[in-house]
Design a binder for this molecule. Structure first.
Ligand code: GLN
Length: 542
């Protein structure tokens, strides 16, 4: 039987609740305890798949093809587990299920209410993940902050869980923020007191309070919180903003979190072993020579939109004993001045994306990479822009495009796969999740992977159009990764280039700090060797 740790947030959002949950997962794992994670998101969308990155940051894709919250990325990277669709529950999913059951007549004419029908469905989904994953401890994070209207059914459900599962099997952790007042150089506890009061009003008494702050939290402040919030002083744990998020498990374990959790839940725990992790963090924090990577995207003012890409670059750089310096370049601003903007860059990444905004800038970056022989890593849309650019070069016309951006293109080198034609609906119409990819020996892709087959996560509608394969392959584009039946091109690279490789999938979702992704490793390896001196002039696109 699983035990449950429920994590709520107070005061403000974006205080690193997801990283705290992921860190606790790592701590428990390092003590030999099997854990799994789940995120409960109170919004009414069925999944974040169709939500704007401005609203939601990155959409993280699980191996079974669910489009989920980026916190699941933290859980996977820190805990080293592969999560599934069921690990991200939204109000939209819960209400859809309940309403479908009602329409089917499952409730036999009864009145459908938030309590018990909606809360029962939430609890069913929590228990289901516990059972399927076989976790000894389920970490369940409730999104948003306590006090949000839409979060109430989730809080009510987790409140009931303590009664259902037994007091010794459930633990509540509340993550808050202590604002710092510069004038008096003080950390304030009042917002924390209020948010704990709000939690208690619903019937949840937190067992542990994690206080995020930008300053060291003095003992007296912890005592005050313990007194007002009725929590043991040692269970008021401070979490000061750290240099790298990967340090958080070490800080929390040092502050005693692991011991408190193990004691509260009566878990059989080995001695904590975070040695490898500690060594990794020490290497991360050691100053190293930098590799400058240009990331050409359309949400560059919003780093969360490319969270996993940034992390994957950082993991691979660490393996090469380098620091990655990412220059975030707005694709829309990359016009004729690409030269000045890219001249000093050692490697170019074009990440995934939807819609035509910024695409011409990404194509320009691909051209720069090809002509200057600068290493290039294309991720999903970044593979499509590489093919469009190469197509324009070979066919000598700007009419080469993806039908996503130009439905009348005379050279639609990227197009919907046949089965996709006629699809009108936006949600749930993509190639999603893990597909095998056969690597063609002798290519850079195969060399990076060091194997014949890879399993990678997808999230896209468009594909390389096979009609244009023969002329482009003849001209030097190599299909270095293909689906088992050979009909879908999964990786392309340029024959006449030191390292210009792009994939139709999203390798960034599989990179972990302690096991970087082969393609990112290959890319960083090439980038670190790239010497950039004096920009040349780039020819205008014909
Ligand atoms: N917009 C492209 C497609 O749908 C690429 C998607 C992506 O980069 N994730 O195929």
């Amino acid at each position: 039987m699983s035990k449950y740790i429920f994590i709520t947030g107070g005061v403000v959002s974006s205080v690193g609740k997801g990283v705290s949950v992921a860190s606790l997962g790592r701590i428990l794992k390092s003590r030999g305890i099997a854990v799994s994670g789940q995120k409960l998101d109170p919004y009414l969308n069925v999944d974040p798949g169709t939500m704007s990155p401005y609203q939601h940051g990155e959409v993280f894709v699980t191996k079974d093809g669910a489009e989920t919250d980026l916190d699941l990325g933290h859980y996977e990277r820190f805990i080293g587990v592969d999560l599934t669709q069921a690990c991200n529950v939204t109000s939209g999913q819960v209400y859809t299920t309940v309403v479908e059951q009602e329409r089917r007549g499952d409730y036999l004419g009864g009145t459908i209410q938030v309590v018990p029908h909606v809360t029962n469905e939430i609890k069913r989904r929590i228990r289901e993940v516990a059972e399927v994953s076989g976790a000894e401890v389920m970490l369940v994070e409730v999104g948003g902050t306590v006090g949000d209207i839409e979060g109430q059914p989730f809080l009510e459900a987790i409140r009931q869980m303590r009664k259902d599962e037994g007091r010794d099997n459930v633990l509540y952790i509340h993550v808050t923020f202590l604002p710092h007042i510069a004038a008096t150089d003080e950390l304030k506890t009042k917002p924390t007191q209020h948010s704990v009061n709000e939690l208690r009003r619903i019937g949840i008494q937190p067992d542990i309070i994690l206080c995020r702050s930008d300053k060291e939290v003095p003992e007296s402040i912890r005592e005050k919180i313990a007194l007002f919030c009725d929590v043991d002083k040692e269970a008021v744990i401070s979490l000061v903003t750290s240099e790298t998020i990967y340090e958080v498990p070490l800080l929390l374990e040092e502050a005693g979190l692991g011991d408190i959790v193990v004691r509260h839940l009566g878990l059989r725990s080995q001695k904590s072993d975070l040695e490898d992790w500690r060594e990794m963090v020490a290497r991360l924090k050691t100053p190293k020579e930098a590799v400058t990577i240009g990331l050409i995207g359309k949400y560059v003012d919003l780093r969360d939109a490319y969270y996993s890409v940034r992390e994957a670059l950082c993991h691979a750089a660490l393996a090469h004993n380098r620091e990655v310096k990412i220059e975030w370049l707005d694709a829309e601003e990359l016009d004729g001045t690409a030269d000045d903007r890219l001249g000093h860059i050692q490697g170019i990444v074009v990440p995934g994306g939807f819609g035509c905004r910024g695409v011409e800038g990404m194509i320009r970056a691909a051209r720069f990479a090809r002509e200057r022989q600068v290493p290039y890593l294309g991720l999903c849309l970044g593979m499509q822009t590489m093919i469009i650019e190469f197509g324009r070069h070979i066919f000598g016309t700007d009419s080469v495009n993806s039908t996503e951006f130009d439905t009348d293109s005379t050279y639609p080198v990227i197009d919907l796969s046949l089965s996709q034609h006629g699809v009108e609906q936006k949600g749930g119409t993509m190639r999603l999740g893990t597909y095998p990819c056969h690597l063609v020996s002798g290519t850079r892709a195969a060399e990076s992977y060091g194997s014949d087959v890879a399993y990678e996560r997808h999230r896209h509608r468009y594909e390389f159009n096979n009609r244009f394969r023969p002329p482009l392959e003849e001209a030097g584009l190599v299909a270095s990764g293909v689906s088992p039946d050979g009909r879908l091109v999964e990786i392309t690279e340029l024959r006449e280039h030191p390292w210009m490789v792009a994939c139709q999938f999203h390798p960034e979702f599989k990179s972990r700090p302690d096991s970087p992704h082969p393609l990112f490793l290959g890319f960083l390896g090439a980038a670190k060797e790239t010497l950039v001196e004096g920009a040349q002039t780039i020819l205008p696109l014909n």
